[in-house]
Design a protein around this ligand. Structure first.
Ligand code: ZN
Ligand code: ZN
Length: 201
């Protein structure tokens, strides 16, 4: 992807969804990759062979693959993995192609963000949103000027504190007495701490 595409994706996402833009973009990309792969695995024997030669997927992506692929598609891939094992007598060193592609996409987003977060107009928009999760705040902070890093952590602290009254209500009230906004404080805070692994299927 080009810098312009990363830029467009980040600006649009920050406007449209009040969650960590990197996490939600990576989540969508992950779904697209899985969707495309399950189609390719069903249709194309060469793709099955190359995925099997890579040792299949990591545990997380095997689980997510199984959620969207049919039993037949999963069986076709497993046949290839079993054959690969029979041929070599050992398991290949795992190299999950979904993880590789997502890492590279995530890095592209982080790089573009470190540029955008130096622009006052982007900061003005960022200030109105919940902003990045903690993992992605740390990732961008490595290469930003000190005053921007300070702003990001101050913003993060305010966002987390804002969730406290709702979390306290969830921790004390019976569930059926809580409001939707109070209930949403749990996934919102989990996502802040857990990052993109907490998103998706
Ligand atoms: Zn994130
Ligand atoms: Zn993976």
């Amino acid at each position: 992807m080009s810098t312009t595409e990363y830029n467009k994706a980040l600006c649009e996402r920050l406007e449209s969804e009040n969650r960590c833009p990197v996490c939600t973009l990576v989540r969508d990309q992950e779904f697209e990759l899985l969707r495309h792969l399950q189609y390719q695995i069903t249709r194309d024997a060469d793709v099955r062979t190359s995925v099997a030669a890579e040792g299949g997927f990591c545990p997380l992506h095997f689980r997510r693959f199984r959620k969207i692929a049919t039993a037949q598609t999963t069986a076709l891939l497993m046949i290839e993995l079993v054959n690969e094992y029979r041929k070599n007598g050992h398991r290949h060193r795992l190299s999950c192609r979904i993880c590789h592609e997502l890492d590279s996409y995530e890095n592209g987003l982080i790089q573009e963000l470190t540029r955008l977060l130096r622009e006052p107009s982007f900061i003005a928009l960022y200030e109105k949103r919940t902003g990045l999760c903690l993992t992605h705040t740390e990732a961008v902070s490595k290469s930003l000027p000190e005053q921007v890093v300070k702003f990001l952590y101050e913003h993060q602290r305010k966002e987390l504190e804002r969730a406290l009254p709702d979390l306290e209500a969830m921790g004390t009230l019976p569930y059926y007495d809580t409001t939707r906004s109070q209930r949403s404080s749990i996934p919102r805070t989990v996502e802040k701490f857990a990052g993109r692994e907490a998103f998706g299927i």
